[in-house]
Design a protein. Structure first.
Length: 359
């Protein structure tokens, strides 16, 4: 009996039992470098890129290797877009809103103040027009993107003093993402944009009066509670911050169909995994922080309403001056309105009831 007849008649189980492996497509070995915008100390954000790279290796039998480099190793944390665009590296893992200075449209691929939450962002990306619109925008930068994790709704940050009203924001040197900084500027805040690795020393030395990063698990690891006692919530500027894998377009197009499918699957796994890590670890870390003396405070209604008003004015200004922004934001805002109407009757009402119960 020839090989073809054996496979046809015995089936895959018989073939494997006979020690005859079915033919597979031979794939050339691929070696890429990935520049992260995050420090190695954070197993959540930096670790997501490692999870992604490991999955790609496992699914290709080690034939596709991606080395992961922390912010500052290959290039500055905020230099990764240039690195991918210029093909100095094949890919990066970063928060798109870091690149507000290039074009505010980047932020719509991550988070904007009073925007989509995590589930809504995934819905817009995978089932709405999010990926399509953002990929059209990123093409100008030689970038192909894949969602690469979401932090969930973030905390409002660490403050040395209480923030009771908008007046308390005046002159405050506050590290936040660039878009949130622009919203807070009219309220008197002096915004600063620093990478994660530089935050603790800046707060400790007084270069910053306050800062926000992500949430309890990461913030505890970075030690912010040691130099600031007031922990505010919520981080209205990022109700669900999506990270992205940025891939140089030529590098992406050079992959086989099989490798593209593997990279996409590994990114989707990493995207879900990051949110799961934060949701599992943040509650425990928050309890520990409060037990150690951290003082939880909500932003006042006056502060939140002033910020909301400032954000809406900025969106209106961008709609009238930036065609790229308007193209994406028009769809984003429509999707947000529909999502909020839906969540009001389902997730929102269910969550409000459950959070009022004694469990």
């Amino acid at each position: 009996m020839d090989r073809r007849s054996l496979i046809k008649n015995a089936g895959i189980a018989g073939v494997l039992a006979a020690g005859i492996a079915p033919a597979v497509h031979a794939q050339a070995a691929v070696r890429w470098r990935l520049a992260s915008s995050f420090p190695k100390s954070l197993d959540t954000i930096y670790g997501t890129a490692e999870t992604f790279a490991r999955s790609v290796s496992d699914m290709t039998g080690g034939n596709f290797q991606i080395s992961v480099h922390a912010g500052g190793e290959l290039m500055p944390a905020f230099g990764v877009v240039d690195g991918v665009q210029d093909a100095a590296i094949e890919m990066a893992h970063t928060a798109p809103y870091y690149f507000y200075g290039k074009d505010p449209t980047f932020c719509l691929g991550c988070a904007v103040p009073f925007g989509l939450n995590t589930r809504q962002m995934n819905a817009w990306m995978y089932e709405g027009n999010g990926l399509k619109l953002m990929r059209e925008f990123y093409a100008r930068y030689n970038i192909y993107n894949l969602p690469g994790g979401n932090t969930g709704a973030q905390m409002g940050g660490w403050f040395r003093k209480e923030i009771r009203s908008v007046a308390d924001l005046k002159g405050l040197k506050f590290r936040t993402n660039p878009f949130a900084g622009r919203v807070l500027e009219p309220l008197g805040v002096i915004p600063r944009s620093l990478p994660g690795a530089d935050l603790y020393p800046a707060l400790e030395k007084g270069t910053l009066d306050a800062l926000e990063w992500v949430g309890p698990y990461d913030d505890q690891k970075l030690g912010f509670n040691k130099v600031a006692q007031y922990y505010y919530y919520p981080g209205w500027w990022e109700g669900g911050a999506q990270l992205d894998f940025y891939i140089n377009t030529k590098a992406w197009e050079g992959l086989s169909a099989e490798y593209k499918a593997i990279v996409s699957a590994a990114a989707a796994q990493a995207n879900i995994g990051m949110t799961a890590k934060y949701d599992a670890r943040n509650p425990i870390a928050l309890k520990q922080l409060v037990h150690s003396g951290t003082k939880l405070r909500p932003f006042s209604k006056g502060v939140t309403e002033a910020a909301f008003k400032s954000a809406q004015q900025i969106y209106a200004d961008l709609n009238s001056t930036n065609p790229e922004w308007k193209k994406v934001y028009t769809d984003y805002a429509r999707f947000l309105a529909d999502q909020n109407a839906w969540f009001r009757f389902t997730e929102g009402s269910f969550d409000r009831f459950m959070q009022a119960q004694k469990l």
